[in-house]
Design a protein around this ligand. Structure first.
Ligand SMILES: *Cc1c(COP(=O)(O)O)cnc(C)c1O
Length: 367
């Protein structure tokens, strides 16, 4: 294709930029559940709790989610972003301190701002640095109320898993609370997709789990999961929970259908994990720098932003969609192309994508 030609002319053959890890957003069971809920309740829930007519449907999703996550209770919100902000804003006070990984999703920082707490960040996945900050916080002349360590379970730009066991060890040593955002881990890691906290057996050591229903679950929404007292406290005290309309009923019904599927067909998650490992290994064999990815997200490091942009647009001309990740999302000089695989990608699609990536990589002198 000539330089500058509109790549939109080429149909998308392989989408490597969707978070719909298990292809559930288009699954017939989710569509059927959503249509049924629309027929019964309409498209909107019309009110917050407890007034909404569909409240039992919402509570059923929360029970199913809690059981799936193997925690006592869960509360759903309209988005993952809202869930993270609400979890922090509703459990932290101005006298508290939140210490988070510098690469956490932006919702963490917004939640801390809303809570009015102090906010420190540590170098990405650096547990020595985290320990240094915890020890400084404990030794500080100022006495903090609570100290919360907040980390994403899987980081959205590079697909690495946070050092969760060490984070829990440190938090216990310094009397801190742990909050883990499972947005890119639910449906991807752990037994049958139960997440990273489950994979490492940390359910009783992570006080607050948050996540999204908008990625692997295939619909839209977020959740906060943990002890029953956490859920009850949110219902009583959280402005975001009390003064906001409940999720739309079809979306909630679709989420329940997604959990049914995950429980019934765990092979979907195994297939995703297998595809992700093989895709990443093949990229590495071509000679690409794929960072520390361990999940379905694999970056290709490209250096300057222009190169990432060009790589992405050249791939698009081959019918392959993959997003460039550039500053300010990542440090200058570390621009990358982000690839995300799905359990529903066929062998042919993966071969096509890898062939195109190899060819563009050679064309641009990356490999
Ligand atoms: C995607 C994401 C969110 C936001 O979830 P939405 O449902 O899209 O609002 C929050 N945290 C992390 C780590 C995410 O990756």
């Amino acid at each position: 294709m000539p330089e500058g030609a509109p790549s939109e002319d080429v149909p998308i053959a392989v989408n490597l930029s969707s978070n719909d890890y298990l292809g559930l957003s288009r699954h017939p069971a989710l569509k059927r559940a959503a249509v049924k809920a629309i027929t019964q309740f309409g498209v909107g829930s019309g009110a917050g709790r407890p007034a909404a007519q569909s409240v039992e449907l919402h509570e059923r999703l929360e029970e199913r989610l809690a059981a799936f996550k193997r925690v006592p209770a869960a509360l759903t919100l309209q988005s993952g972003f809202a869930a993270v902000m609400t979890a922090i804003a509703s459990t932290c006070e101005p006298q508290d301190l939140v210490i988070s990984d510098e690469m956490n999703h932006p919702s963490t920082a917004d939640g801390v701002r809303l809570a009015g707490s102090e906010h420190w960040t540590y170098t990405h996945c650096d547990v020595d640095r985290l320990e240094h900050l915890l020890s400084r916080a404990r030794g500080n002349g100022r006495r903090y109320g609570h100290i919360v360590v907040a980390t994403d379970a899987v980081f959205g730009t590079d697909g690495e898993i946070a050092p969760l066991v060490k984070i829990c060890d440190l938090a216990e040593r310094y009397g801190a609370t742990v909050m883990v955002d499972e947005a890119h881990a639910l449906g991807v890691l752990g037994e049958g997709g139960r997440g990273a906290v489950d994979q490492y057996g940390l359910a009783s050591r992570v006080h607050i789990q948050v996540g999204t229903l908008s990625k692997a679950i295939g619909a839209l929404g977020g959740y906060i999961a943990g002890d029953r007292s956490l859920r009850e406290g949110l219902l009583l005290n959280s402005k975001q929970v009390r003064y906001s309309t409940l999720q739309s009923p079809p979306v909630v019904a679709a989420c329940i259908a997604a959990i049914d599927l995950l429980e019934r067909e765990p092979a979907r998650v195994t297939r995703l994990q297998k595809i992700a490992t093989s895709f990443r290994e093949r990229l590495r064999r071509f000679g690409f720098d794929t960072g520390a990815s361990e999940t379905a997200i694999t970056p290709i490091y490209l250096g300057v932003a222009d190169r990432a942009l060009l790589f992405s647009s050249r791939l698009r001309a081959h019918g392959v969609l993959a997003a460039p990740i550039m500053p300010p999302s990542v440090p200058v000089g570390t621009a990358r192309l982000r690839t995300i695989v799905s359990s529903e990608h066929t062998e042919q699609q993966l071969d096509l994508a890898l062939g195109a990536i190899e060819s563009v990589g050679r064309e641009l002198g990356v490999i």
